[in-house]
Design a protein around this ligand. Sequence first.
Ligand code: SF4
Length: 183
Amino acid sequence: MSKPVIATTSLAGCFGCHMSLLDIDERLVQLIELVEFNKSPINDIKTFTRQCDIGLIEGGCCNSENVKILQEFRRHCKSLVAVGQCAIMGGLPAMRNNIPVQECLKEAYLNSPTTRGANPDKILPNDDELPMILDRVYSCREIVKIDYFLPGCPPRADLIWNALYALVTGNALELPYEVVKFD
Ligand code: SF4
């Protein structure tokens, strides 16, 4: 019987949610026996080679490339899981949402203590190859339909494991308080 296929990506995130997935420790061996990984930074497969059952999304959308990748995951995955607060509601990157983009760029590239003086020509990134920054950070569900949400920053390894195990085996998802609490 073929194994369920999982893909993962990090959009506007810090990879902490992927690190939490790796924190399932020895259960990784069990996971690898249960599923096959397709496009993911975990195996460095950079393009989809087949349709997948589950897409794990870390991070929200802060630029045009994030939107393109998220839409690609929606097309290639039967179920999409928003993993962590950045994917669910924008998270830390969304702190910029009340500040105009031009002000954010000036602070980051011209005025901050670490960049002041290091950019004498006062150039803001403008290469055509760079993805277009969005007016604000969007949660994943504002861009595509999301099927499941795993809260936390990052979600605990036990929560990720319980949810993945339930999804790939069809068993009921058990969520004791210790697993979903944030601290
Ligand atoms: Fe990083 Fe937290 Fe965002 Fe996950 S939810 S990508 S750990 S900041």
